[in-house]
Design a protein around this ligand. Structure first.
Ligand SMILES: [Zn+2]
Length: 364
């Protein structure tokens, strides 16, 4: 897929979008889109791998207007109605979701949703059920490894002993991703202890703990607190769970994964005094879940659970593995439409199956 993507993005998608092909060929059913928030004005992106999930306010507004003009944006309540077999989807239905519960979801995203009179399902972590302002551990870890001095390193902390080399950006990203998996195996407290230990060892400063909500960096990195989450809910937005502390569930021990899934629901229900019916798996990539994890979502009492790949209009929506379209900052409006129509996911499946054929041919 990687080798066809530039041609698709720059040439094919714009031509097909302009000709209205995506809208005419769009399938039935529902497409679910995933946002992660709006990049606050005054925040300078640090790295595409860190900030690439955040769209500008202008792009967000343009995407919402395109959806309103050509698709049926349903409310989270309507989705719940469909899950209970109480209603059908209107043609070309789209559900808006947003993961992680960053402060900008309230400060930059909510005003635009209200302006456009649309509802979104926000998936937040257990941190947003409390009063202490949190951050995402894997983002702190990313900044630590991005800023660490080049050269050989060996870290031994919280039962994790890893040695490696840090140099070019790609190498740092690979080391970081390896640690995301390793640290998902230990407790949330252990992860922060590890990060502090790594910072001290590398001589990297803590990114700071500004309590000022007007600070663009706070809006970028800090998580919503309980009163802020209540404001989001009071504005008519639905709240779903994104586990307690955002580990990669496929890596976590069974009892830890269960607590992350089940307790995030009960904590949010206490904080909001409302039923929490939806779960989004952290990271949401194919390797972030297992069949065991999907079964836990059902057992914990959720009505539905969402992945973060493979989305596009379709009627095949496995209740505990609902695909979503991951919206990124560099996604053009025509690419956005190619995803909505299910065209992009279709090509991905084709590419995956032809890769499989090639693999089999090579083995034969
Ligand atoms: Zn997330």
């Amino acid at each position: 897929m990687r080798f066809v993507s530039p041609l698709l993005k720059r040439v094919v998608y714009p031509v097909l979008a302009k000709a209205g092909v995506f809208r005419r060929s769009a399938g039935e059913g529902l497409a679910v889109v995933t946002y992660h928030g709006i990049r606050p004005v005054g925040y300078d992106p640090i790295d595409p791998a860190l900030d690439g999930n955040l769209v500008s306010a202008d792009v967000f507004r343009r995407q919402l207007r395109l959806l309103k003009a050509n698709y049926s944006v349903i409310t989270p309540d309507e989705m719940l109605g469909w899950l209970g077999n109480r209603r059908e989807f209107p043609p070309r239905s789209v559900l808006l979701t947003c993961d992680d519960g960053l402060l900008n979801n309230l400060t930059e995203m909510l005003p635009i949703l209200e302006e456009e009179q649309l509802r979104c399902l926000f998936f937040v972590t257990g941190a947003s059920a409390g009063d202490k302002r949190g951050t995402l551990w894997y983002e702190e870890l990313f900044l630590t490894f991005l800023r660490a001095p080049s050269g050989h390193f060996a870290i031994s902390c919280e039962g994790i002993d890893v040695a490696g080399d840090l140099g070019a950006r790609g190498q740092r990203l690979a080391v970081w991703w390896n640690f995301v998996k390793r640290l998902s195996q230990i407790s949330a407290e252990g992860r922060y202890t590890f990060i502090q230990h790594a910072r001290d060892q590398f001589g990297v400063n803590d990114p700071g703990n500004s309590a000022d909500v007007d600070d663009p960096a706070s809006r970028r990195f800090k998580l919503l607190t309980r009163p802020e989450l209540q404001r989001l809910a009071a504005a008519g937005m639905a709240i779903g769970a994104h586990t307690l502390s955002h580990p990669m569930l496929s890596q976590a021990p069974h009892d830890v994964a269960w607590a992350e899934i089940a307790q995030s629901r009960t904590r949010l229900e206490v904080a909001l005094e409302k039923q929490v019916w939806a779960l989004a798996y952290p990271f949401g990539s194919p390797d972030s879940v297992t069949t065991d994890v999907l079964a836990m979502a059902k057992k914990a009492g959720y009505q539905a659970a969402f992945l973060n790949f493979g989305g596009g209009l379709g009627v095949e929506l496995p209740r505990y593995a609902i695909p979503r379209i991951h919206v990124t900052a560099e996604m053009s409006l025509s690419e956005f439409e190619a995803h909505l129509a299910g065209f992009h996911a279709f090509l991905q499946r084709r590419a995956a199956s032809s890769a499989q054929v090639n693999f089999q041919t090579a083995r034969d």
